[in-house]
Write a protein that binds this ligand. Structure first.
Ligand code: C2E
Ligand code: CA
Ligand code: CA
Length: 560
């Protein structure tokens, strides 16, 4: 390159000084390879930032090559062999490389090879530049930007390709995590999840940071099941607790899948479809993945109509809402211990709709707060009445996480206790297992205040989600309700796991003073099996289906 440059004889500087000056003047990484001996000198920052053996590295080209992301391997190796086979003397390549923090960062690597008269390589030297700051890469996550996603998909289509899978991910309750800790913590969570995704996805695919807490994956030529597999792998990671600097957190992800060449034919359409699929996952309760379908738009309209009707019911003083009560009994003697109150709602146009469907909708616009207060007041009134028949009667009330974190909640509970002159030992609040895990930090204070009043807690649906036995011993719950999932196969030989699981849960709970209720007992043989297991209480259709107040009173409250 500079063969013709004339350097005057008097201009003589120490080459080491020159090298040191250059290295100190840049944040880029500098390398010089002595090709004859195959040893290299690398700048201090390169040694510090990457997992390399020292400032002098033997066989740098292959040592460095091992750090290059697998999906960029082929291009990297091709570029090197082009040089070694004399096709070129220049190396200029963008790729991702693993740093010491175990993160893949984008770099551009440039270098020049010099040869002797016989064309044998003598020296290879150049610069590796991180390109995080150039708008191509998002600084927080190290992922490519949304702009790059558009470029990739446009280019893909311009090259004549048609089909590909697109997965849009949103972190669940990310803003809460940000508020609870701080933005730096939130950013680190996002970065960790992003880096996990990069190392999980197939090499042909690429990962992008979208707005806020959204991450997108584009996978050329993929099928729907390829995309579902990717989601499952990511979910496997996020369904576990993780830690940053000794501080643990839980952050699940929701996903929406849309297919290029099937659901959408250009970038913007593709994003729109994936967004409505993601939206459906969030509305459906989060921590799940939805595949786009044209019906989704219709079902969005249906959902909006139901939300509207629910709001009207609330405004009309809880019109069309009602309560039913399902008894639970002791395992020895099957004596009535109490009831669980369950909400019912009838739509003007669609008739009866199950709570599993409408409660997430009540939560979506916070209507669950006034509805929850109404349920609680009705339940307190009814409990007070039924105490006349059963002095140790217990009323179990399902509460949503949103209610517990509502600032008025504790005051409201205290107010009701005194208004109806009810002892707190007759009240149990049921909260789904997942919240005990994912939102533990936020709930801690509320749990404490409620327990100080004397209110007990039940961990509902135990075994359906995150269930870890280890968690039980530190759980603030007074009661564990084992989900019916475990009961339905209890006498099936192939499901001896379920039986062992329940037995282990009971043993562990009893050792730390937690009592156990088994839900969903439908048949006599299920009842006999759980009674043998020393559970504390039993609930299920075999004992009784949920009943209206009148039905309950007719069956259980007849004064002789
Ligand atoms: P959950 O708290 O687990 O309530 C138990 C559900 O299992 C009830 O369904 C009940 O009818 C049903 N069930 C009881 N025994 C059996 C059985 O032997 N077999 C079968 N197959 N099912 C049985 P439901 O009433 O449809 O409630 C569904 C979910 O909706 C509840 O699950 C709870 O999470 C939620 N929910 C219901 N009422 C309320 C409420 O007032 N507030 C809140 N936040 N959530 C509620
Ligand atoms: Ca429940
Ligand atoms: Ca349950």
């Amino acid at each position: 390159m500079n063969k013709n440059l004339h350097i005057p004889e008097s201009f003589q500087v120490d080459i080491n000084d020159f090298y040191n000056a250059v290295v100190k003047s840049t944040e880029n990484y500098i390398y010089i390879v002595d090709m004859k001996q195959n040893i290299s000198l690398i700048s201090d920052n390169m040694y510090e930032d990457f997992d390399l053996p020292g400032r002098i590295v033997e066989d740098l080209i292959s040592v460095w090559g091992k750090l290059v992301h697998e999906k960029d391997q082929k291009r990297y190796q091709d570029s090197i062999s082009d040089m070694l086979s004399c096709r070129t003397n220049e190396h200029n390549l963008e790729y991702q490389v693993l740093n010491r923090k175990k993160e893949y960062i984008w770099v551009v690597c440039r270098g020049l090879l010099t040869r002797d008269e016989d064309q044998n390589p003598i020296m290879f030297a150049g610069v590796v530049t991180p390109i995080g700051g150039r708008g191509k890469v998002d600084r927080t996550t190290g992922l490519l930007t949304q702009e790059e996603c558009k470029n990739t998909i446009d280019l893909f289509q311009n090259q004549g390709y048609e089909k590909g899978g697109f997965l849009l991910l949103g972190l669940d309750n990310f803003s809460r995590l940000n508020n609870l800790k701080n933005h730096i913590f939130g950013d680190t969570v996002l970065r960790n999840i992003a880096q996990m995704i990069v190392s999980t996805v197939p090499h042909e695919s690429s990962v992008y940071r979208f707005d806020g807490d959204e991450i997108a994956i584009f996978y050329p030529q993929a099928t729907i099941s390829d995309m579902k597999n990717i989601y499952q792998k990511i979910q496997f990671y996020t369904n576990h607790e993780h830690e940053i600097d000794g501080s643990s957190y839980f952050c699940t992800v929701s996903g929406g899948i849309a297919m290029l060449g099937e659901d959408a034919y250009d970038y913007l359409e593709l994003i729109k479809c994936a967004m409505s699929a993601l939206d459906a996952s969030k509305k459906g309760g989060k921590n799940r993945c939805t595949v786009y379908s044209p019906e989704l738009l219709k079902s969005n309209l249906y959902t909006m109509e139901i939300i509207n009707q629910l709001q009207r019911s609330v405004l009309a003083g809880m019109k069309d809402f009602s309560l039913v009560y399902q008894p639970f009994v002791s395992s020895n003697g099957l004596e009535l211990k109490g009831v669980e109150v369950l909400l019912r709602w009838t739509s003007e146009t669609h008739g009866k709709i199950g709570p599993a469907e409408f409660i997430p909708l009540l939560e979506s616009d916070n209507s669950i707060i006034p509805v929850g207060k109404w349920i609680m007041e009705q339940a307190f009134i009814t409990c007070k009445e039924w105490l006349n028949f059963y002095p140790e009667f217990v009323m179990n009330i399902n509460v949503s996480y949103l209610q517990i974190i509502d600032k008025d909640f504790i005051m409201f509970v205290k107010h009701l206790l005194s208004k109806y002159n009810l002892s707190p030992r007759h009240i149990v609040l049921e909260l789904t297992e997942s919240y005990f895990v994912t939102e533990m930090l936020i709930l801690k204070d509320a749990f404490k205040s409620l327990r100080d009043i004397g209110i007990r807690f039940a961990m509902d649906d135990f075994g359906t989600g995150y269930s870890s036995l280890g968690l039980l011993s530190q759980s603030p719950a007074d009661i564990i309700k084992i989900d019916r999932l475990f009961i339905s196969f209890i006498n099936d030989k192939d499901h001896s796991f379920n039986r062992s699981f329940i037995e282990a849960v009971i043993k562990l709970c009893h050792s730390v003073g937690i009592s156990v209720c088994v839900e969903g007992v439908e048949y006599i043989d299920e009842l006999n099996t759980v009674c043998d297991m020393n559970v504390d209480s039993i609930q299920g259709y075999y004992i009784s289906k949920p009943m209206t107040k009148e039905e309950f009173e007719k069956k259980y409250c007849q004064k002789n």
